[in-house]
Design a protein around this ligand. Structure first.
Ligand SMILES: *Cc1c(COP(=O)(O)O)cnc(C)c1O
Ligand code: SF4
Length: 446
C-alpha cells in the first residue's frame, strides 16, 4: 500500500487551500488561533474539506478557527495586540488570560475525579464512575488535528498545571490491582493513537502482563484518528504492529473497544477510512462511535441519520450523542437542550433498531452523564424528563427525574427542578463536594 506522508498544518500560511481563502478569513484564523489551539493536516485539507463551499463546510468549521468563536471583545484584544506589534511574550500572556475566561476545566474534573493511592494523587488518572477509569498517557496528550469544539484544549497549550498526564502505567496497575470494582479502562487524551507503537506498548504492556491480577474486562481507546488520520491503521510505519497489538489484547479474552469520534458523515466516506475500519474490525476489536451535537457541524437530524446508518453499515456501533460542554468556543457550537433533543428524536425514530444502540443527548456534568429522555407534559406542566446514564453514585442511574421546560437552556446548570425545589441527588452531591480532598474551586453543579 502506498505510504501517505503526514503534513502538519499548524500555521494558516502553510497550505495552498488556505492561501486561496479571502484575506479576512485568513486573518480571523490567525487571530482566533492565538487563543484556541489550531492544528490540521493534509488529509483534512485534501480529502475532507470541500473548499468550494468552505463557508458552510462542516469539516472546515470542525478544524479551522472561525471569527465568531471568540467574543468581539476578546477578538479585538488579540487583534489590537497583533496590530500594535506587541512582543510574543506579551501576546501570549494576553491569550492566556482570555483562555482562563473560557472555563478550561468543566465538570469538576480537577477537583473530584483524581484518585489517590497511599494519600498521593494519581495525576494521569480519573476515576469518576465506579466501573471505569480514564488513563491519560503523557505521550498521548496531543491529536492528529484539533477539533475546534475540544473540551480538552488546555492539554494542548502547554500550561502544565492544567494538564492530566501519566509518564508510565505502573501506578495505574497498582491502583487497578487494589480496585476490583473497576472493569473498564479507557485510554484517552488527547488521542492515544498519536503514539508510536513502541511508545504505546510501554504503557499497555505492564497492564497486559498484570491483567489477571486486576478485574479489567474491557480496554477502550478513545480516538479521533479514524476521522483525522485513518492512515494510522493502514499505511503508517507501525500500522501493522498496532493491529497486532489489538489482536493480542482480543486473544487474551479482553473486550477491546475503539471509541471513535465521528462528528459528520463526511468523515466516514473516504476509501481510507473504510479500509482502516475493516482492518481494525478484523482484529476482533469493536468500534463504538460518539460525538457532540454542534451548531455549524451536525445540528440537523438528517446528518445524524446518515451518520448512524453509515457507521452501522461499516460495522461500527453508535454509542453516545453528547451536548457540547461549557468550555472554549461553547457559544459558537451550543444548541438548546430542547432543540438537541428534537434532532435526536427525529433521527432516532427514523433509523432501524440496529442503529438505536446510541444514547443521548447527554450532558457530561459534575454529578454524572445526564440524558434527556424526553419532553413531556405532566399535570399541565411542560417538563424535561431526565435520567443518569452514568453517575458518581451508581444508585442514581436510570431513575427518571424532572426539570422545568426551558426553551433556551443549554446545560443542566440552567435547569430548574420540576415538582420539587431540588433535584434528588443535590444533597448528596453537596456532600461529595464538601468531602473532596483536593482543594480547588470548581462549580459543583455544571
Ligand atoms: C463517559 C465517561 C466514562 C465512560 O462511561 P460509560 O458509561 O462506561 O461509557 C468514564 N469516565 C468518565 C469521566 C466519563 O465522562
Ligand atoms: S480528538 Fe478529542 S481531544 Fe483531540 S482535539 Fe478533538 S475533541 Fe480534543
Amino acid at each position: 500500500m502506498k505510504k501517505y506522508k503526514h503534513i502538519n498544518i499548524t500555521n494558516y500560511t502553510q497550505d495552498k487551500n488556505i492561501l486561496k481563502l479571502p484575506k479576512q478569513i485568513r486573518r480571523d484564523i490567525e487571530i482566533v488561533s492565538q487563543v484556541l489551539p489550531f492544528r490540521a493536516n493534509n488529509y483534512i485539507t485534501e480529502e475532507l474539506i470541500d473548499w468550494e463551499n468552505y463557508e458552510s463546510d462542516p469539516i472546515f468549521h470542525l478544524c479551522f478557527p472561525q471569527r465568531q468563536m471568540l467574543s468581539s471583545k476578546h477578538y479585538d484584544i488579540i487583534k489590537n495586540g497583533i496590530e500594535q506589534n506587541k512582543p510574543k511574550t506579551e501576546l501570549f500572556a494576553i491569550s492566556n488570560s482570555i483562555r482562563m475566561e473560557l472555563n478550561p476545566h468543566p465538570a469538576g474534573q480537577n477537583c473530584l475525579n483524581v484518585p489517590y493511592y497511599n494519600n498521593k494523587p494519581l495525576s494521569g488518572i480519573q476515576h469518576k464512575y465506579r466501573e471505569t477509569v480514564l488513563f491519560f498517557p503523557s505521550s498521548g496528550q496531543t491529536c492528529h488535528a484539533y477539533c475546534s469544539f475540544c473540551f480538552r484544549w488546555p492539554q494542548f497549550i502547554g500550561k502544565k498545571s492544567l494538564k492530566f498526564s501519566a509518564k508510565e502505567s505502573h501506578e495505574l496497575v497498582r491502583y487497578l490491582k487494589k480496585h476490583h470494582e473497576i472493569t473498564d479502562i479507557l485510554f484517552t487524551g488527547g488521542d492515544p493513537m498519536i503514539m508510536k507503537m513502541s511508545v504505546f506498548s510501554k504503557y499497555i504492556t505492564p497492564l497486559l502482563d498484570n491483567i489477571h491480577k486486576t478485574n479489567i474486562q474491557t480496554i477502550r481507546i478513545g480516538t479521533k484518528s479514524l476521522s483525522f488520520w485513518p492512515y494510522r491503521f493502514v499505511t503508517d510505519n507501525d500500522s501493522d504492529d498496532i493491529l497486532k497489538l489489538f489482536e493480542t489484547i482480543v486473544n487474551k479474552g479482553i473486550n477491546l473497544a475503539i471509541m471513535a469520534h465521528f462528528s459528520h458523515p463526511r468523515e466516514l466516506g473516504t476509501e481510507i477510512v473504510k479500509d482502516a475500519v475493516k482492518r481494525i474490525r478484523n482484529t476482533g476489536a469493536q468500534i463504538r462511535t460518539q460525538s457532540p451535537i454542534l451548531r455549524h457541524i451536525n445540528a440537523d437530524s438528517d446528518i445524524w441519520t446518515e451518520m448512524w446508518r453509515k457507521q452501522v453499515n461499516l460495522n461500527c456501533i453508535p454509542y453516545y450523542m453528547f451536548m457540547a460542554r461549557d468550555t472554549g468556543a461553547k457559544e459558537y457550537f451550543e444548541l438548546p437542550i430542547a432543540e438537541a433533543y428534537e434532532i435526536f428524536r427525529k433521527s432516532y425514530s427514523s433509523i432501524s433498531g440496529i442503529c438505536r444502540t446510541v444514547r443521548g443527548p447527554s450532558m457530561s456534568c459534575t454529578p454524572g452523564k445526564v440524558m434527556i429522555s424526553g419532553i413531556a407534559e405532566i399535570n399541565n406542566e411542560k417538563v424535561f424528563v431526565l435520567r443518569f446514564i452514568q453517575a458518581r453514585n451508581p444508585d442514581w442511574v436510570a431513575k427518571p427525574f424532572f426539570a422545568k421546560y426551558d426553551e433556551n437552556a443549554s446545560w443542566i446548570s440552567e435547569l430548574k427542578p420540576a415538582f420539587s425545589d431540588k433535584f434528588f441527588f443535590e444533597d448528596e452531591m453537596e456532600k461529595i463536594y464538601n468531602n473532596k480532598i483536593t482543594d480547588c474551586e470548581e462549580n459543583k453543579f455544571e
